[in-house]
Write a protein that binds this ligand. Structure first.
Ligand code: HEM
Ligand code: HEM
Length: 171
């Protein structure tokens, strides 16, 4: 029989990843849009690079968990189109997150400092490739932000209509 909610590991991975992604998106755009004082801008950038690099193993674990522990059946959408859109939306969130993480690492023009505890070498040196992945990161971040906006909007609308979707994702 299919479970009635997401497993505890999947819920914990969902909410911890959501926190990091929401923070990295909001602070990343704030950093790009406003002329923050140099040390604050550099501090946010260094912190976000370390935090989101550490999200990569968490993201891989999340994919493994999603494959090993199927979620509940779609008990919310009556029609096939609604069920398809919900599944496609979740898959798109995974694909966009992967694109953002990979392009972020590949655009790095310096070694990746992990909170002063370890450092990963800069993966690419060729300036044309760095520019290319910078542009991919920019566009992938935009797509991810739009998808997350749609996702949160859909969750709120379902809750509003009495579909208890948040309870399915309770850790
Ligand atoms: C899901 C994870 C991530 C999110 C949500 C995210 C989000 C963002 C956003 C919103 C921006 C500003 C984009 C713009 O100006 O168009 C940005 C810039 C940047 N990101 Fe990411 N990013 C993520 C992962 C990464 C990773 C893994 C790295 C590298 C290891 C990275 C490195 C950078 C760098 C170097 C910039 C340029 C500005 C700066 O230095 O802060 N990002 N990111
Ligand atoms: C405040 C922010 C968020 C809320 C309230 C929220 C809420 C939820 C809820 C209630 C579900 C379960 C849907 C169902 O019943 O099947 C869900 C699933 C999901 N959410 Fe979020 N979410 C948030 C942020 C995010 C972010 C930032 C991502 C970015 C990747 C994300 C990705 C997913 C994915 C991929 C699923 C499918 C289940 C899984 O594979 O983990 N969510 N979310």
């Amino acid at each position: 029989m299919s479970p009635t909610r997401y497993s505890r590991p999947r819920a914990l991975l969902h909410w911890s990843s959501a926190l990091v992604i929401l923070w990295a998106s909001l602070s990343g755009y704030a950093n790009a849009a406003w002329p923050l004082p140099g040390p604050i801008a550099r501090g946010i950038s260094q912190f976000n690079v370390a935090l989101t690099t550490l999200l990569i193993p968490v993201f891989l674990l999340r994919i493994a968990c999603a494959l090993a522990q199927p979620g509940p059946d779609d008990g919310v959408h009556a029609g096939a189109l609604g069920r398809f859109l919900a599944r496609a939306g979740h898959l798109a969130l995974y694909v966009a997150t992967a694109a953002v993480l990979l392009s972020g690492v590949l655009m790095m023009d310096r070694p990746i400092d992990l909170f002063g505890q370890a450092s990963l070498p800069q993966p690419l040196a060729e300036p044309v490739l760095l520019d290319f992945f910078n542009s991919v990161h920019h566009h992938a971040c935009l797509v991810l932000a739009l998808l997350v906006g749609g996702h949160v909007g859909a969750v709120l609308i379902h809750q509003w209509h009495g579909h208890r979707v948040l309870a399915r994702m309770k850790p």
